[in-house]
Design a protein. Structure first.
Length: 750
């Protein structure tokens, strides 16, 4: 039976009822399937997510017709309803399909022959009657009944949640709580946002209101508080919020008075879901896990720093001099001091801007470690930063996740590290680059895996933007005053020839950059409207730069924007440059996610850590390396879009990752990216559009970070006054963190 519905944009939407007669493809992880149903009139091929689909089921589908170039006319599923087979013939098909554990085709036939149309009632409510059939013992009968009821429970769960979520999230809920899912959510809808990844507070709140949950229920208030703390941790970097600020925000979000928020906070503290600590100005509130991570990180680095790292060095000056002689280098006093302090400190921090010789010092430290027989590990927060570290040192550097040997557990949707205090890193020293990017949870995991007798060298530029996640690790460690810190100020790389380096240091010092265009690597193009900026950037990418430097320069260009949503933000820029650099074409597949169109050949960026996505990579030896995990900031190109299997394959510099439809929300176009997303990366050519905007966003360290991402060339397109106002705006958004205070207490106590 097919029923036509009115649909927007002349799309033919239909409701189709029929019986599943064949399943061509089925993905057990996300429920995506390609299957045929038999209606009263015809056979129809359907594509879409239908978890736990079996031959013989009756199903009603709401979908739209599509025409696949290879497979022809198909019905793309929007939503569905299932009903259990009601007659003996349909029951036989269902039981013969393998849907119920312990029943094969022969046993299915025996059950139907014995019980007929009552077979399902027997399976559900009277499993002992199955023992009347030859070969079925009481134990097997109970197992068959349990399997049948599990399937029935899943159907009930999928049907209930289909009004709120797609099949993928509904299946995830069932995987978490099983047949009890409906009752659990009806009793406390906020468990959805607390325990199911991908469901936020707002969605859980809307479900709760539809179930008539009181607006002042304790569950709602506690979930709202957790949401505010989580949002501020992972979007604003705060490891805590002052009590009054949190209470005010919670009152606004939940529309209740402050006394109820105080009561909810007291309950959360009693359950160890938040920690309330005293401060000079009152009280502060942290999420329990984040507070514990901050305390642990402080204790651990204090313990690491207590190790006597000077033992084993007889004459460091002689070792440094031997490197100067062999490599033809003359270290400055500043560099020599940094090398010596790094070698003789159990925990050492090296900070400096571009061109100040951080890499030179790392290479010297590595040579001395090799000379005296100390083993070491190199790592950085992102794949791109690790690759740059490898290229500059000629030693393998890993991402911190790979160094700690992360693993994803699909059964719990959680990630853990194989390297920890029980299984620490087996080396004498750990050197970490780009430390300004490390957030608190990752740093706590890192120091957990470092033995107290292992040296830890942290390298970074604290003038850059801090991590996206909670904490301000590099700056807090430096400002605590508890550890040896080397500040590099002299410029060595490229000398006076690099205006990029010179301008970066001017910006850092609060001076205006040289915009005279007298150099060969730093250019300024004055424009005063968004349309003029976009037009100029378009000409640069499409004509001027390729004409001057050749077509090979185009993939080396990265547009960096101060924000996502503005007239010259990433959203607008990506819309423009997708049309220019990767227009729609015959035979070029594309797919739509929210308000974005992805097509084969698109440049894309991962916006969240996703440990589930699997990838393959060919090694230099012709073998295949398999792994999982694509991380925030990884940039790649869409290699293939399969609209039948609803998958998108992306090439991340040799790692070929396959996304299903549920994971595509984590991808965005990357013709233009935000300056925040560029952290830890380096691009041959950076184009930076700048116009006057919100002073809260247009800051000195934002401009500094953007300039320091360029290796060969920077082109600023925009308003000179906007550039000057960014330099003048030295304010950085304050982060509420406790690491400094905790460290000071530890060192004062000891």
């Amino acid at each position: 039976m097919i029923e036509n519905l009115n649909a927007p944009n002349d799309t033919e939407t239909v409701i189709v009822s029929g019986e599943v007669c064949d399943i061509t493809y089925q993905n057990e992880e996300n429920g995506y399937a390609v299957f045929d149903i038999e209606t009263e009139d015809e056979y129809i091929t359907v594509t879409g997510s239908v978890p736990a689909l079996f031959v013989g089921e009756k199903i009603k589908i709401n979908g739209v017709w599509t025409n696949h170039p290879t497979y022809g006319k198909q019905l793309k599923l929007i939503s569905f309803e299932k009903e259990m087979p009601s007659d003996a013939g349909a029951m036989l098909k269902y039981l013969s399909s393998g849907a119920i554990k312990g029943i094969g085709p022969k046993t299915a036939q025996r059950i139907i022959d014995r019980f007929g149309d009552s077979s399902f009632e027997v399976l559900e409510n009277a499993p002992d009657m199955l023992c009347e059939i030859k070969g079925i013992s009481p134990k097997r009968a109970n197992e068959i009944s349990a399997s049948f009821n599990a399937q029935f429970g899943m159907r009930r769960v999928m049907m209930f949640f289909s009004q709120y979520f797609g099949p993928t999230l509904s299946a995830k809920i069932y995987k978490k709580w099983g047949s009890a899912s409906v009752e659990l959510v009806q009793s406390n809808p906020y468990r959805l946002c607390n325990e199911i990844q991908g469901i936020g507070f707002e969605k859980a709140d809307s479900i709760a209101l539809s179930l008539d949950t009181p607006t002042d229920s304790l569950d709602r208030l506690q979930a709202g508080i957790r949401y505010i703390l989580n949002y501020n941790a992972y979007n604003n970097g705060h490891t805590y919020l002052p009590f009054e600020k949190l209470r005010e925000a919670a009152c606004d979000l939940l529309d209740v008075d402050g006394s109820k928020i105080t009561e909810a906070l007291t309950n959360l503290a009693a359950k160890k879901e938040v920690v309330i600590t005293a401060s000079d100005k009152g009280h502060d509130v942290s999420l329990y896990d984040i507070y514990q991570s901050e305390v642990y990180a402080a204790q651990r680095i204090a313990k690491i720093s207590s190790f006597n790292a000077e033992a084993g060095f007889v004459d460091i000056d002689a070792l440094i001099t031997s490197i100067e002689t062999s490599d033809g280098i003359n270290y400055s006093n500043e560099q020599r001091t940094a090398i010596k302090e790094a070698l003789t400190s159990s925990l050492y921090v090296l900070t400096g801007g571009p061109g100040t010789g951080k890499t030179t010092i790392i290479k010297a430290i590595i040579k001395i470690f090799n000379t005296i027989g100390l083993s070491f590990c190199l790592a950085a927060p992102t794949g791109r930063a690790a690759k740059r570290m490898t290229e500059s040192t000629q030693y393998e550097a890993k991402t911190i996740h790979r160094l700690l040997e992360y693993e994803f557990r699909p059964d719990s949707d959680e990630t853990s590290f194989l390297r920890d205090d029980a299984n620490p890193l087996d080396c004498d020293a750990v050197i970490i680059d780009e430390c300004s990017m490390i957030d608190l949870p990752l740093f706590a995991s890192l120091v957990r895996a470092i033995r107290p007798s292992t040296r830890l060298i942290l390298i970074g530029d604290f003038n850059q933007l801090p991590s996206v996640g909670p904490g301000n690790i590099l700056r807090d460690i430096i400002e605590s005053g508890c550890f040896k810190v080397g500040h590099l100020n002299e410029i060595y790389r490229q000398g006076s020839e690099s205006t990029i380096v010179l301008n970066a240091h001017k910006i850092k010092e609060g001076k205006y950059p040289d915009l005279s265009n007298k150099s060969s690597d730093f250019f300024f193009m004055p424009r005063y409207t968004a349309s003029d900026v976009i037009s100029t950037v378009t000409q640069l990418v499409s004509k001027r730069l390729p004409t001057t430097y050749g077509e090979d320069i185009v993939p080396q260009i990265q547009i960096l924007c101060a924000m996502r949503k503005s007239d010259i933000g990433t959203k607008r820029m990506n819309e423009v440059f997708q049309k220019i650099q990767n227009p729609a074409g015959v035979g070029k597949a594309e797919t739509h996610v929210k308000d974005m169109t992805f097509r084969e050949g698109d440049k894309v960026i991962q916006t969240k850590n996703n440990y589930q996505i699997e990838w393959k990579k060919e090694t230099l030896f012709g073998t295949e390396e398999n792994g999982s995990g694509v991380f925030n900031g990884d940039i790649g190109y869409i290699k293939e879009i399969d609209n039948v299997l609803e998958t998108v394959t992306v090439d991340f510099e040799g790692r070929i990752a396959t996304y299903d439809t549920a994971s595509l929300d984590d991808l965005e176009h990357a013709y233009a990216i935000t300056i925040h997303k560029s952290q830890g990366s380096e691009y041959p050519v950076v184009i930076l559009p700048i116009l006057k905007n919100s002073p809260l966003l247009m800051t000195r360290n934002l401009l500094y970070t953007a300039i320091t991402r360029a290796k060969r060339m920077v082109i600023v397109v925009g308003d000179k006054e906007a550039v000057a106002s960014m330099v003048d705006n030295a304010t950085s958004k304050r982060r509420y963190t406790k690491l400094i205070d905790i460290l000071k207490v530890i060192y004062e106590t000891n």
